[in-house]
Design a protein around this ligand. Structure first.
Ligand code: 9MR
Length: 494
């Protein structure tokens, strides 16, 4: 696929910064909302700016797709993914990966009515065939277009102990097939799309409680039966009282999965806070919520790449299941408010992802010529920027680097703090760089990513797929990305 539409998206944004850090950001969304491009385009543009992954909130559920034996309702999912192997839909056209949720939802209230009604007349063999038909139909239709599937959702009961293996729920599939329904579902999904990553998904399995232990036993058993299973989705529907810290039960639980060679991801994060008429009762809860979102992001980053993604269950409080669930006593659970305004939760995550350097005064040297440094002159408003040798102790060879609260940095020379490093002609073969009076312009905003050991890459915000580099012995500019020391900058704090 041509990557142009992806580049055209203003990335800052959690989209680009999360990918650079090795965790994909995603959100639940409604296909109908995407198709209608609701709220004056705000819904779609928020998604394009911030996410790599869309998990349709309800559209892939059996209740929606499965209307009877050999009777499917493809219309919405086809719009998203295309109806034939070679066709594309909104997802591919917008550079989005898809998480499919869910093939088997192991609760009767989420099992199609027409199927439940036939329960007494269906033999176990017939039910196994139906399960196979359904999974092959859905997974096969969107083969290689869905990156991850929640193959089985919420099969383990919360209660301390029931008499069923792994504390499985009493549900249609269990009554007909016993615990084998879990194994069969994974086997059929793998047959239908051998490339898809297959997950078991549940809630209240985030800590080291009995439920997460039972989930682990269940998935180990599935694997021992020869079925393919890649990981565990942890929903993370939490409330403001939760705490998440390195080394705690949540970290231990994630590590336990990894030690057993399972991937995992955060699949449905939201953080409910007490509300009154839709607004937080205590405005400080928004800050607390922000810190919790950040704690979850740190946890995801800590375990990357075994933690593959962080997905929130929606992104605007305008559309969220939470208030209805709590009879409007709790809500406001997502990173933007009901008018799409960014909340502290969003700002905290952005800072965690993109603020890779503390503010300060630095010398900049390309890794290919570490004894030189970036310098400028002050000739009125516009001034040249180039590489110089020597002691690099003058003010015009030191840069004040400061975070801008929007995912980017400003760089001002110490001898001209009112001006800032500015990119121009950014898409030319070699784009230019100079200093100009600071005007909060997008071409004065720089994105930093870290290679570790004080080595960084600078990208101009308005051409974020390119890099700021030395392009001959002493001239700097904006060039295409290559693996080369001329575009890696050593930053030394002065
Ligand atoms: O958010 C979803 C809501 O719109 C649906 O009415 C409901 C029933 O299909 O499911 C909600 O999503 C659930 C998800 O599928 C599984 N984990 C819990 C989610 C919140 O209830």
């Amino acid at each position: 696929m041509n990557s142009a539409p992806v580049r055209a998206i203003d990335p800052f944004g959690l989209r680009a910064s999360s990918a650079l850090r090795g965790v994909l950001f995603g959100t639940a969304a409604s296909i109908n909302n995407l198709r209608k491009d609701i709220d004056g385009g705000q819904y779609n543009s928020f998604i394009k700016k911030n996410y790599h992954v869309i998990e349709p909130e309800n559209d892939f559920k059996p209740m929606k797709l499965w209307r009877g034996i050999n009777n499917y309702s493809w219309i919405d999912c086809d719009w998203l993914l295309g109806s034939t192997p070679n066709s594309t839909g909104w997802a591919q056209q917008n550079g989005m990966q898809i998480r499919g949720h869910t093939l088997v939802w192991a609760q009767d209230k989420y099992t199609p009515d027409w199927l439940l009604k036939q329960e007494s007349s269906l033999s176990s063999d017939k039910v196994k065939l139906l399960l196979s038909d359904y999974i092959h139909a859905v997974v096969g239709r969107y083969r290689s277009k869905v990156l991850w599937w929640d193959v089985v959702n919420e099969a383990v009961e919360d209660s301390k102990n029931n008499s069923r293996p792994f504390n499985l729920r009493d549900c249609f599939w269990y009554r007909k097939l016993g615990q084998d329904f879990v194994k069969y579902a994974f086997m059929f999904a793998h047959q239908a799309d051998p490339q898809a990553q297959l997950y078991y998904n549940d809630y209240n399995n985030e800590d080291m409680g009995s439920k997460s232990s039972r989930v682990l036993e269940l998935i180990k058993w599935v694997r021992s039966q020869g079925a393919t299973i890649h990981g565990v989705g942890m929903q993370w529907h939490i409330r403001i009282s939760r705490t998440v810290n390195p080394g705690d039960q949540h970290y231990q639980n994630a590590q336990r999965l990894i030690d057993n060679d399972f991937d995992f991801m955060v699949t449905e994060l939201d953080v409910a806070i007490p509300i009154n008429a839709g607004n937080p009762r205590d405005p400080n809860d928004l800050e607390r919520q922000g810190r919790l979102y950040r704690a979850l992001l740190k946890y995801a980053l800590h375990f990357s790449p075994r933690c593959r993604a962080l997905i929130t269950w929606g992104f605007t409080d305008r559309y969220s299941w939470v208030p209805a669930f709590y009879n409007n006593t709790e809500g406001a659970a997502l990173p933007s408010d009901s008018n799409y305004q960014l909340k502290p939760a969003y700002m905290q995550m952005q800072e965690e992802l993109a603020r890779v350097l503390p503010d300060g005064i630095y010398r900049l040297a390309p890794k290919s010529q570490p004894d030189k440094c970036l310098s400028t002159y002050v000739n009125g408003n516009v001034s040249r920027v180039q590489l110089e040798s020597g002691g690099c102790n003058s003010a015009h060879q030191k840069w004040n680097i400061s975070w801008l609260d929007n995912g980017t940095y400003r760089l001002s020379s110490q001898n001209a703090n009112a001006s800032a490093l500015t990119a121009y002609n950014v898409t030319a073969k070699t784009g230019g760089v100079q200093t100009n009076n600071w005007s909060s312009n997008v071409n004065q905003e720089w994105v930093l990513s870290s290679y570790g050991n004080n080595v960084f890459r600078f990208r101009p915000r308005n051409a974020w797929w390119r890099v700021f580099a030395l392009h001959d012995t002493s001239n700097v500019g904006i060039v295409d990305f290559v693996q080369n020391d001329a575009l890696r900058w050593i930053l030394t704090k002065v």
